[in-house]
Design a binder for this molecule. Sequence first.
Ligand SMILES: Cc1cc2nc3c(=O)[nH]c(=O)nc-3n(C[C@H](O)[C@H](O)[C@H](O)COP(=O)(O)OP(=O)(O)OC[C@H]3O[C@@H](n4cnc5c(N)ncnc54)[C@H](O)[C@@H]3O)c2cc1C
Length: 349
Amino acid sequence: LQKLVEAEGWMFPIDLGSRGSCQVGGNAATNAGGCRVIKYGNTRASVLGLEAVLADGSVIGPPNKLVKNNSGYSLTQLLVGSEGTLGVITRLALKLVPLPAARHSLLLALAPATTPERGLDHVLRRCKFELGGALSAAEAMWPDFLAGAVAARPQVRSLPAGFANRLALLVELEGDRHEALARMAESFAEKLFEEGLIEEAVLPASERDAQSLWQLRECIPELQAGIRPYVGFDLGLDPAQYEAFVRRARERLARTLPQVRAYFFGHVGDGNLHAMIGPCRTPEEVREAELALYEQLTPLATCVTAEHGVGRKKKAYLGSSRSPADIEAMKAIKRALDPQGILNPGRIF
Ligand SMILES: Cc1cc2nc3c(=O)[nH]c(=O)nc-3n(C[C@H](O)[C@H](O)[C@H](O)COP(=O)(O)OP(=O)(O)OC[C@H]3O[C@@H](n4cnc5c(N)ncnc54)[C@H](O)[C@@H]3O)c2cc1C
């Protein structure tokens, strides 16, 4: 789909590590996010309408193509993110955006935050205010992740020594002209450097050079391979909490699971922190890994899944993200549309 529409000058902005294997029906069913949610929203924002087969065989649709349509409940938005539990999506009307003419990226090594006001959250705010509409992604990689990625993909690129043991932020800009984006990136990095907010930056010389930074961010399969069996996390939390959250998780893991490695990274620009912890070989070790992160979640202010969905693995923790009334209302919808529970049984609840 991306290739097809790009040939016509358009873009389907949902871009995931699973590009090439996932399908748009799966993207809609999971309300997938990815790297550019900060600018374009998650799949929900790109779905105008859909057609779906419900449990009783009836077909809802055809897909709405109107941008504004308030004629009753939005069945489209009900089905998006329903993880296949309410219907099988068979057609979609997707919203495209004009393909940006130019992209540029920069990698920042953040200075250790001496106060919360000088940490990742502050740098993210600066990105949003100063790069404005040009900002299309803001991805964080904690030091273990970045060092692991560089070691796993030595052919991709090396990084300046200033990145050692530093939280790194990969920022992407989109616009009309590459030169203008490069200038904007450079002056932004200079300003942060002068203010002591970053200690090092990589400003790629070419599109290819920029791509190599993204290849480090996408090194997940190699990192996973080194820690199998691992537990994956997909948390939603306020960016102001990230550094303390990760520090507390590491302190607890050092006590309870000293043998594991923990990689933290994520789409932090939109409040989505990922982690992979392993090897966790027994149910007890899996539980310990989960507790290190989930016990820190503040009821109803954070969530156990920001973009991957509840599925089966996170069911036990749904109550930490949604109120009892929310869960009852969801169950009532499920009962109404699928009274016999034949669609994706065992997911979400
Ligand atoms: C390497 C990698 C990177 C990833 N990165 C991201 C990321 O950055 N952001 C993100 O959000 N996700 C990510 N994912 C997770 C996953 O790829 C996405 O959630 C994707 O949208 C799932 O699409 P799929 O077609 O593979 O669906 P599947 O995995 O086949 O199915 C996912 C769920 O949707 C249901 N489903 C599938 N098709 C339909 C349909 N037509 N109608 C109704 N229900 C349906 C299935 O029953 C299942 O419950 C990643 C996965 C991998 C392997």
